[in-house]
Structures are given as structure tokens and as C-alpha cells.
Design a protein around this ligand. Sequence first.
Ligand SMILES: Nc1nc2c(ncn2[C@@H]2O[C@H](COP(=O)(O)OP(=O)(O)OP(=O)(O)O)[C@@H](O)[C@H]2O)c(=O)[nH]1
Ligand SMILES: [Mg+2]
Length: 350
Amino acid sequence: MFVDEVDIHVAAGHGGKGSLSFRREKFVPRGGPNGGDGGHGGSVFLVADANLNTLLNYRFQKAFEAGRGGHGEGSNRSGKSGGDIDLAVPVGTVVYERRGDDLVQIADLTETGQRVLVAKGGLGGRGNAQFATSTNRAPRRVEPGLPGEEKDLRFHLKLLADVGLVGFPNAGKSTLISRISAARPKIADYPFTTLTPNLGVVSLPGDRTFVVADVPGLIEGAHEGHGLGHRFLSHLERTKVLVHVVDVSSASGRDPLDDFEVIVRELTLFPGRDASGERLADKPAIVAANKTDALDDPSRLERLAAHLQRKRIPLYPVSAVTGDGLTPLLEAVWSEVARQRETPSTPVVE
Ligand SMILES: Nc1nc2c(ncn2[C@@H]2O[C@H](COP(=O)(O)OP(=O)(O)OP(=O)(O)O)[C@@H](O)[C@H]2O)c(=O)[nH]1
Ligand SMILES: [Mg+2]
């Protein structure tokens, strides 16, 4: 099951308290203070794990607590430090902290192995040995341990892909990704076959690779929750290029030009932006006019082509089933991906 948003609670460990103790030895009537310090509380970290692709685990367990620091002891023994905990999250997880009614972004785990501190353990208190001075040789002062940080966090997984496939249900997005990558999503002749996003890696000759995301189809009114709604569009926020998959055969019973415009409108109405403030509708777009093997009425494709030419959007007629036209499409997609990779986006400073 694919889960891309969860709310959890993390608590770092409390620091242990310092010890109050004096040396007691035969023939030493008044031994000096020897109370050790309390151990520090354990901290909570998040670690980006490339083997995870969902936040499903956090559906079942929602509260995590790192270890408490042990109390200090006599003979200057410090308490044990509380154990840290590492919570594994998929690469692409954005972390928000709840502060009152606000959610404030505190981390973005975009690289495998990246580890970030989200709740710091409390310091252990000092034992009385630390308070001895020349004027006070028998201090009775000790410190309690400090509480560890506690936070309410939201994890939001936003997949990291270079290219997003968008289009109506049944347009052939999953067929296309299965044809150009090793991804094997379910394909069927009915709408809403794909219920969660799929990722695939496309490899072109000359070590050129990019990652494609196939997301559930959109329909008119998706921004109002129709169909599966906008729910999965956040997974396209970080893509560099969108490929519109448009069914140009007559099977859909709709007009390809209208289909394209409906999707553009839905993208425009999606509020999400990437780190540079770019909206989905502003991303470079390429149109794959699909199902040309079943093109019974060429005027459907011609009208779409004329429309896109006016809008200066590149069009590639393809058949995801026979493979016709896929090489030129992928080359065009690659060129755009490569161009975007060369112009790093300037993140919005918050
Ligand atoms: N003739 C023909 N049929 C195709 C082509 N591409 C996809 N199809 C068929 O169209 C139907 C839908 O394909 P999918 O790949 O599941 O469509 P999708 O866009 O992923 O659909 P959703 O997951 O519902 O959004 C399937 O029956 C495919 O076999 C094509 O190039 N030519
Ligand atoms: Mg699909």
C-alpha cells in the first residue's frame, strides 16, 4: 500500500539527574563529593532509505521515543546516555513540524543515507562532584536532567522524478512507462487502473538516464476532488518536464484537443509549487499523442497538432503498444531534462 502522508509524534530522551554522593572510606572521615553526572537523553533522527517507497510503516506506529539518560552515580560514575533512534523514511520525504496551527518545513530528505536530527535529547544534570569549590568542599547541589525535545511531525513523501506523465485515465500512461522502463504497473482498458504513482528509470544510449513518474489519471474537476482528484499531483512538483499523454484514437469518445486543455486547466488549478516557486502548469511540457496505431480519424491528430503549434508545445505521435515514435519522444524528453539539469533552480528563501 502506498502512503504518502503521515502525522507522528517524536520524543527525545530525558537527561538523567546528577548524583549526590560523598566518598566514604575507612579512616577518611569526610570524603569529598563524588556524585557523577546524569547521562544525556537519546535523540531522534530521520534517515533517507532508498529501499523504501512508502510511509506505510508510520500508519501503524505513530509515536517514537528515544532512550532516557541514566542517573549519575557515586564514585564519579556518569549515567549511561540514552539510545538514539533512527527512523527510516523514503528518499523524497519532506518533514514539517506542527507549531500551533502552522506546519513549518524543517527538513527535506532528498539523498540516500541523509540523516537529520529532529528531536534533541535532554542534557544530563551535573552531579555534586562538579560543584566543589575551595570554599564549598561538600556541595549538596545537583542538577536534574533536562527534558528531551518533543515534536509533532508530518511526513509528506514527494517522489523525486525528472519527468511526470499526465493525462486522462486510460490514455496509456502506464503502458508508456512499462514500454520505456522496467516499471510494470497494472495496465487495463478501464479508467483509474493506476491508483498510486509508479516510478521507472529510462536509459538511453550513452549513459543518459532519467526517472519517470506515472501518476493516476486526471479528469475535469480534479481540483474539486473529482476522480482521484489532485491528491497525487504533489508527486509531480519536483519534476523538470511534464509529458502529456493524449489518446488520439476515437475510443475515448472525447476530443484530444479538449482532453489536453482540460488537463492543462487542472494543472493550473493545482496550488503546489516546487522549491523555486514554479507551478506545475509552468513546467516545460511535451505532448505524446498516443494510440496512433488505432488512429481511425487523422483529423483528430491534425487539430491537436495545429493547436499545439500555436502554443509552441512540441508534439510527438506515438504508439505505446507498438513502440512507434518512442525514440524521438524520448530524445526530446532527454534534451529538456538535460537542459533543466544545467540550469539549477534558485530555491525560494523562506
Ligand atoms: N491501441 C492502443 N492501445 C493502447 C496504447 N497505449 C495504451 N493502450 C491501451 O489503453 C488502455 C489503457 O492503458 P493504460 O496504460 O492502463 O492507461 P493509463 O493512462 O495508465 O490509465 P489510468 O491508470 O487509468 O490513468 C489499455 O487497454 C492499453 O492497452 C496504444 O498505443 N495503442
Ligand atoms: Mg495507469
